[in-house]
Design a protein around this ligand. Structure first.
Ligand SMILES: Cc1cc2nc3c(=O)[nH]c(=O)nc-3n(C[C@H](O)[C@H](O)[C@H](O)COP(=O)(O)OP(=O)(O)OC[C@H]3O[C@@H](n4cnc5c(N)ncnc54)[C@H](O)[C@@H]3O)c2cc1C
Length: 434
């Protein structure tokens, strides 16, 4: 690991790397680890000087779709040793609970506080041969030759500038990506109609533990995420009209909101651990993930509504797609343009459908009739619940979910209403004969 003082001596002047990554959080570290394992020499540049720094506003639920990536990096084992909690989401709806199906076809998700996860993955990156972790340097400029990005310039707190030349520059610098702005890639922003508040609590576990529980209050959302060290993260995402009460007293508003949900978890019998934090502007930001000599990954490529808990998983997965897409180019087997084009297509195939559905619901709207039918059928029909879980955990996309889930839900709903009609008829007959 190179700290800011060392960096001046080790990397004085221009340096040659295969890849220079801006941002050493989930996406940046994953990219660096997997590319270095594929034989690349990687500079991993992080603005924060502390190797133990972590993202403070994040509910940390990692969807099951990202579990194979965690396993591939050898990270899952470390997470479990640090007390991570595995679970399958349970969803309260006004039609009943959608419980994890008995015959689940997907792995369970993972909960570990970012306070533990971020230093752990950064350590794993620093230990990976081929990765130089350079802390305390903020990427300020891109180096270009013609129209192609071929390096970056980063500055430390002493005002020293480090110039790194690299065949590929990766922006893994989060939702406000400076790299994306510098590269002038096309950008789309979509308004968000909700806000988020949450905090860790010590106390009795919810009856749904170790599974995370979500209350789909339509249009509001509340959730309880059991995590390491016996803590529960209670979170809410109401529509913006509820903001004044949270601004006035976040802790009181969080407790009042969570304790009022149906079959409420025991937040009132619990003690706040740390502070209640919130995010009011959650505008969705989507960037084109490639430009000549450059790729964006994680939130830098797409910072989406956190309501569905997908950002961390997508950061791991998109970085894996990037590493696998450009590795052949970095070993000279093909051109970098081919590798970047493969990544652009892989990113679109993996995330475009999810992105469209997530953007649509982030307005703060209520469920539409199609969604109401699917959600209600999943409460009583095991086969619909299985499709629902595969989609909610991001193991299948919306096209497959609609193609398989909708017919199942229609049949389940028809059967359900026939059996309800039969029950009503026989109970009326029972009453008449009594
Ligand atoms: C309220 C809320 C709740 C959430 N809950 C969940 C959840 O339950 N599950 C889930 O999966 N996701 C959740 N997310 C989303 C998740 O936090 C992000 O998607 C995830 O952190 C993205 O990881 P990343 O590595 O792309 O970016 P980040 O984690 O944001 O990391 C970016 C890194 O780049 C560094 N950096 C920035 N600029 C520069 C620069 N110029 N030079 C050098 N370094 C730089 C930063 O210091 C940081 O280390 C939530 C988000 C919010 C706001």
């Amino acid at each position: 690991m190179a700290d800011s003082a060392q960096a001046g001596s080790i990397f004085a002047g221009a340096s040659d790397y295969d890849v220079a990554v801006a941002g050493a959080s989930l996406a940046g570290c994953t990219t660096a680890i997997l590319l270095a394992k594929a034989g690349a020499r990687v500079a991993l540049v992080e603005q924060r000087p502390d190797a133990n720094a972590f993202k403070r506003i994040c509910t940390h639920y990692i969807q099951s779709s990202a579990v194979p990536t965690l396993e591939r990096m050898g990270l899952l084992e470390r997470m479990m040793q640090a007390g991570a909690v595995r679970g399958r989401a349970r969803l309260w709806t006004r039609w009943g609970w959608i419980d994890p199906p008995a015959r689940s076809t997907v792995p369970s998700g993972v909960n570990l506080r970012r306070e533990k996860l971020d230093p752990m993955i950064r350590q794993l990156a620093a230990e990976t041969p081929g990765v130089d972790l350079i802390l305390g340097h903020t990427v300020q400029e891109l180096v270009r030759e013609g129209g192609t990005v071929c390096g970056l310039k980063a500055r430390n707190s002493q005002g020293e500038t480090l110039t790194l030349r690299a065949r590929l520059v990766v922006g893994a610098d989060g939702r406000d990506s400076r790299v994306a702005k510098l590269a002038e890639v096309s950008t789309k922003t979509v308004r968000h109609g909700r806000f988020a508040y949450g905090g860790y609590f010590e106390g009795p576990p919810p009856v749904t533990a170790p599974d995370p529980a979500l209350w789909l209050l339509d249009p509001h959302m509340a959730a309880a995420f059991p995590t390491d060290s016996g803590l529960i993260f209670y979170a809410v995402m109401p529509t913006k009209d509820r903001l004044p009460e949270f601004r006035a007293d976040p802790e009181a508003a969080l407790k009042a909101f969570v304790s009022a949900v149906p079959e409420a978890p025991p937040i009132l019998a619990s003690r706040l651990f740390g502070e209640v934090t919130g995010k009011i502007d959650m505008t969705n930001v989507i960037h084109k993930p490639t430009a000549p000599g450059l790729a964006l990954t994680g939130d830098a490529a797409g910072a989406l509504d956190p309501l569905w808990g997908v950002g961390c998983g997508f950061a791991f997965q998109s970085s894996e797609w990037l590493a696998d897409s450009v590795a052949p180019a970095l070993t000279g087997a093909e051109s970098l343009e081919q590798g970047l084009e493969r990544y652009r297509r892989r990113h679109a195939r993996g995330l475009r459908g999810h992105t469209m559905t997530i953007l649509d619901y982030s307005s703060g709207r209520k469920l539409n009739p199609g969604e109401r039918m699917l959600f209600s059928a999943a409460t009583y029909d095991e086969r619909t619940a299985r499709v629902f879980e595969a989609f909610g955990s991001r193991n299948i996309g919306p096209v497959r979910m609609l193609a398989t889930g909708v017919p199942l839900a229609v049949v389940a709903q028809a059967r359900h209403s026939i059996s309800r009609r039969r029950d009503n008829r026989s109970s009326r007959a029972g009453l008449e004969s009594a």
